[in-house]
Design a protein around this ligand. Sequence first.
Ligand code: GTP
Ligand code: MG
Length: 349
Amino acid sequence: MIGMHSSFFVYFAHSQDYTMAENNFVDYVKIFCRSGNGGAGSTHLRREKFVPKGGPDGGDGGRGGHVFVRGNAQMWTLLHLRYKRHVYAGHGGSGSGHGSFGADGEDITIEVPLGTVARDAETGEFLFEITKDGETQYLAKGGRGGLGNTHFKSATNQTPRYAQPGEEGEEGWKILELKILADVGLVGFPSAGKSTLLSVVSAAKPKIADYPFTTLVPNLGIVSYRDQQSFVMADIPGIIEGAHEGKGLGLRFLRHIERNSMLLFMVPADSKDHRKEYNILLNELEKYNPELLDKDRYLVISKADFLDEELQREISAELSDIPHSFISSVANQGILQLKDKIWQILNPS
Ligand SMILES: Nc1nc2c(ncn2[C@@H]2O[C@H](COP(=O)(O)OP(=O)(O)OP(=O)(O)O)[C@@H](O)[C@H]2O)c(=O)[nH]1
Ligand SMILES: [Mg+2]
């Protein structure tokens, strides 16, 4: 997992701030696509002086244009497709006399960020996902061009007046959905300190404030780790009890932790009941997608600068059956140890 998407993240490493304005983050689009029809084969018969019965010389029709999707490591939203409702590739040209082939229809390529999944909008069927820069898949295949009449000449018929029509293209509504590829996803109530942690371990500069739902769209950061190694952390909007019923920002952003290798749960030190808060988070995740609970997870108690040693020991004892540690992003406590822990989980030996 680590390094696999390196090209994707190098870009972010160079940009100082990968925090997007809310309305610039688009992670779901529905597009009507139509590939081109193949061109018709030609039924042309050769006509030459002194050759009373010229043979067939009709060329093949061109193929219809394809609609492709291609991964682009320099993109990280589907914003550019927001107003793209329809995509039509070109039709293939018809064949003609003297064996001339019709021209192929124009292909269309839709560029998408890595982590984009394509689905059929009518059936919901999974079509493919794009994970590599330059990876190209068909969203709709162009129809084949029809064969010209030269292909149908036979012993009994030297002058076939038949040629194939072109094959029709495909059309339909498709869904493109972005699921951020990150190694670690942060999961916590609003104001747990998720964005603050991201800001101290990476170059990302997410908005931080003491009111709930400060983060409205996911933020990504590259966390460098010892000898030039790194992993990617995704900070998503806070989750609250009832998120699965649409409370708060709902579960819309949970798709962005579906493909993270591990989940880092965050419960602040000043929570009234750490275990309960953790269980609420687990429960909301489960309601969204039970497979999320199969991922590796680790709990941090954030804002540990609020705690003296005794309180910390008490909380630790209460949570003894849940792997956890304490951090303070503000006082820079436990951060290195947390990075070690994350690294161990991501790279089990
Ligand atoms: N004392 C203390 N305060 C912290 C610490 N980490 C974050 N905070 C404060 O907690 C508040 C919320 O922090 P954020 O990082 O915005 O929280 P969040 O989890 O990203 O919140 P949402 O985006 O709303 O989900 C801010 O006022 C931070 O300054 C910490 O380690 N210690
Ligand atoms: Mg935040």
